[in-house]
Design a protein around this ligand. Structure first.
Ligand code: PLP
Length: 501
């Protein structure tokens, strides 16, 4: 084979491989034909439907040990293509039994990561299109649909007008955090924020309860760990204390440092605490700091009018992000983010390579989403958000969110009714933090035993330094019966552990 520009380095095999085809004889790769795709596609959809129906009969988490799955897989990829039937069979036989089933109605750990029929079907369609909108011109309808559904969602959530037209769908809340911080640093220092000279003087403020992605974002933006100030929270609400924030900013200013941004949270990961945005916003305004609000899990609750109060103070935010892949049924991953002034982020991240000039809109009449995010390529996530919003409608989404909140209320009531247990933090959303009135070891043992049953899955955190169990309602398939069953399990295991009863 002739290579452009000369011969291959010695030792490289340049012979054309023997072609394989449907009958093993023709030239070229054997792509799946439309008829084959139709056949296997129908079977794959049947598989998913049966999987969802059969989830209650599976253990929520797999009884496997590290390496057990990998040991059953061949050490090398096959030299020649295989039949799709054996791929599906091995998926079913080797992989699925080794998965944690996040869509199981008894999966009550972390936060729910919900999906739904319309979201999965939209994902299938986007996979078939496999288009991407890094600039408007590379997929005009994808960009314009994204703009429109982001405005729809802002309206459904009752967000301040300043976010209108400023929406983009990121992959995760972590990416949103990186982008927000890059924009904040750019607004404060322009190009100079990367020019550290004798060391970076920029500081960012958040609470000890902020998600760990804040630290990752600070690191990725070139800040040292200590330049992200983790400030104390109120011991009861677990929320950032504005007086502490003001003091920290003023101390840093006196020391010649440059405060840049505050990262506040609506619904912290550990306990769903809500930082006091109105007071934090005032402080940001006084010191011209960027305010990024992370509403990853809980922000979408504002779709319910009775939960709109959580938006209070968002009118001060420069950027706001939520995950619809947690509670809002769109499947992983889908992280809507809004900017009050998107031009800051596009200036911070624009790179204008020559090879994209002819597909870039210099007049900026339409967004080129490559400048709003970390990757260059921009997936067509808007379709699954569009399908989900249209399939459920505002009332359907509210019904789902309200059910999660009601399940949490019911569960907390049952916990409070048993004097062996206590509720460890306020629970405005679908998460309840609770524990045995016993030492950490007893609580950790209770969690281990519960999760080993395969019946349910809970997670844990630390509240005020103490091991605490977390039950997160809100799964697509979780009903009141599952919550009551979980509580029965918890009480029984506690009794078996010798904790009264
Ligand atoms: N922020 C909060 C409040 C979270 O609860 C989480 C995850 O649970 C994240 C950020 C990180 O989310 P992601 O996985 O989308 O980066």
């Amino acid at each position: 084979m002739d290579l452009p520009g000369g011969s291959a380095p010695s030792g490289v095999d340049t012979s054309v491989p023997t072609p394989r085809s449907a009958d093993g004889m023709e030239a070229g790769a054997r792509h799946m034909s439309a008829d084959e795709f139709r056949h296997w596609g129908h079977l794959a959809v049947d598989w998913i439907a049966a999987y969802w129906e059969g989830l209650p009969d599976r253990p929520v988490t797999p009884p496997v040990t590290p390496g057990q799955i990998a040991d059953r897989l061949p050490p090398q990829a096959p030299a020649t293509g295989e039949e799709f039937e054996s791929l599906l069979e091995d998926f079913d036989r080797l992989i699925v039994p080794g998965l944690a089933h996040w869509q199981h109605p008894g999966f009550l750990g972390f936060f729910p990561m919900t999906t739904s029929g319309p979201a999965v079907l939209a994902q299938m369609l986007t996979a078939g299109l496999n288009t991407q909108g890094m600039t408007w011109a590379t997929s005009p309808a994808a960009t314009e649909l994204e703009q429109r559904v982001m405005d729809w969602l802002a309206d459904l959530m009752g967000l301040p007008d300043r976010f209108g037209g400023g929406g983009v769908i990121q992959d995760t809340a972590s990416s949103a955090m990186v982008v927000a911080l890059a924009a904040a640093l750019w607004r404060r220092a322009g190009d100079r924020w990367r020019d550290h000279g004798s060391g970076s003087r920029y500081t960012v403020y958040t609470s000890t309860e902020a998600n760990c992605s804040a630290l990752k974002a600070a690191r990725l933006c070139g800040l040292g760990d200590l330049q992200l100030r983790h400030l104390d929270v109120d011991p009861h609400t677990r929320a950032l204390r504005p007086d502490g924030l003001r003091r920290a900013i003023e101390a840093d200013l006196s020391a010649g440092l440059v405060p840049v941004a505050v990262i506040a949270t609506i619904g912290t990961t550990s306990t769903t605490a809500i930082d006091p945005l109105p007071a934090i916003g005032d402080i940001c305004r006084d010191h011209d700091l960027w305010l990024h609000v992370d509403g990853a899990y809980a922000g979408v609750a504002a779709i319910c009018r009775e939960m709109r109060w959580i938006n209070s103070g968002l009118e001060h935010a420069d950027s706001y992000s939520v995950n619809t892949h947690k509670w809002l049924l769109t499947g992983f991953e889908c992280s809507p983010m809004w900017f009050a002034d998107p031009t800051v982020v596009t200036q911070a991240l624009n790179t204008a390579p020559s090879y994209l000039r002819d597909v870039t809109d210099d007049a900026r009449k339409a967004p080129d989403y490559r400048d709003w995010q970390v990757p260059l390529g921009h997936p067509f996530r808007a379709l699954k958000l569009w399908f989900t919003l249209r399939w459920y409608g505002a009332e359907g989404l509210r019904a789902h969110l309200r059910q999660g909140i009601e399940h949490a209320r019911l569960f907390a009531e049952m916990v409070r009714g048993d004097e062996r247990f206590e509720v460890a933090a306020p629970h405005p959303f679908g998460l309840v933090c609770f524990r045995l009135r016993a030492d950490d070891a007893a609580n950790a043992l209770l969690l281990r035993r519960l999760n080993a049953t395969g019946d349910l899955f809970l997670s844990s955190t630390e509240v005020a330094g103490r091991f605490t169990l977390r039950l997160a309602a809100g799964g697509t398939a979780t009903t009141e019966d599952h919550i009551r069953h979980a509580w029965d399990r918890i009480r029984t295991e506690a009794t078996d552990l010798g904790q009264g009863g």
